[in-house]
Design a protein around this ligand. Structure first.
Ligand code: S6P
Ligand code: ZN
Length: 247
């Protein structure tokens, strides 16, 4: 019961993470028809998702404290950290800074949930997350993440598209830039030494799962300084990677 109460608190935290609008609504299903143990039911009636033990016909199964909604990638339970970036946070990220400055700074561009079972920087561990990039454009450039290299350059990462349409924009250290189209089910391996950024080219949220080493870290400074050498633009309705100086 103590553990269940703690899980509830973790879930009820993060009021600024707009679950209702962007996440839970899209799934529309119960995650797993768990039957909470009698003890869990009496102490925490809403605890079905987090039931520590469930009784099946065969045996009692022990669950851990975190669940992934398989339809949306939404995470709930233990060890989850959440962040979001608004248009106001993304100064100088889009090509048309004047257009960005005209838009509502409170508009959410993307949200990230990360399941961090070990401390950031732990060698040999893994992190698991879901990124949620909203549909939208700034001066014809699709809403996207800031993008980064890993601080430990050799660290790779897996992405997989869960919902929506978009692109994984990649750049090597020589500045060569390309992209991989994303659609639900597409799997993307990002090798080490490659900067990566997500862009939503559709009109629904782009939800992408990720798994990366817990000691990878993030190098945002290189991107802040030099940017990506190409930008994914809406050219007559077609997502087009426009190389620097080609616009
Ligand atoms: C972490 C992984 C993702 C991104 C997320 C947000 O290595 O690549 O979880 O952090 O998509 O992007 P960014 O560039 O703002 O960190
Ligand atoms: Zn990364």
């Amino acid at each position: 019961p103590h553990r269940l109460r703690r899980l509830h608190r973790a879930h009820d935290r993060a009021p600024d993470f707009d679950r209702g609008r962007h996440w839970a609504g899209c799934a529309g299903v119960d995650l797993i028809p768990l039957v909470a143990s009698a003890e869990a039911k009496s102490s925490a009636p809403k605890a079905q998702y987090y039931a520590e033990t469930v009784q099946t016909k065969e045996k009692k199964l022990t669950m851990n404290g975190t669940m992934v909604d398989l339809l949306s990638g939404y995470l709930r339970g233990d060890n989850i950290s959440e962040s979001k970036r608004t248009l106001g946070d993304l100064k100088n990220v889009f090509q048309d800074e004047a257009a960005r400055a005209q838009m509502n700074p409170a508009t959410i561009v993307y949200e990230v949930q990360s399941h961090m079972a070990v401390k950031d920087g732990t060698p040999g561990g893994l992190f698991f997350g879901t990124s949620n990039v909203m549909p939208g454009q700034v001066g014809g450039e699709y809403f996207m993440t800031k993008g980064h290299y890993h601080a430990r350059r050799e660290c790779g990462e897996y992405y997989w598209c869960i919902q929506g349409m978009g692109a994984l924009i990649l750049m090597d250290e020589s500045g060569k830039c390309w992209f991989e189209p994303m659609q639900p089910g597409s799997l993307h391996y990002i090798p080490g030494y490659i900067a990566h950024r997500l862009a939503n080219t559709g009109d629904t949220p782009l939800r992408v799962g990720a798994c990366w080493p817990s000691d990878a870290g993030h190098d945002y400074a290189s991107i802040a300084e030099h940017g990506f050498t190409a930008r994914l633009m809406n050219v007559g309705g077609v997502p087009t990677l426009v190389q620097e100086g080609q616009a």
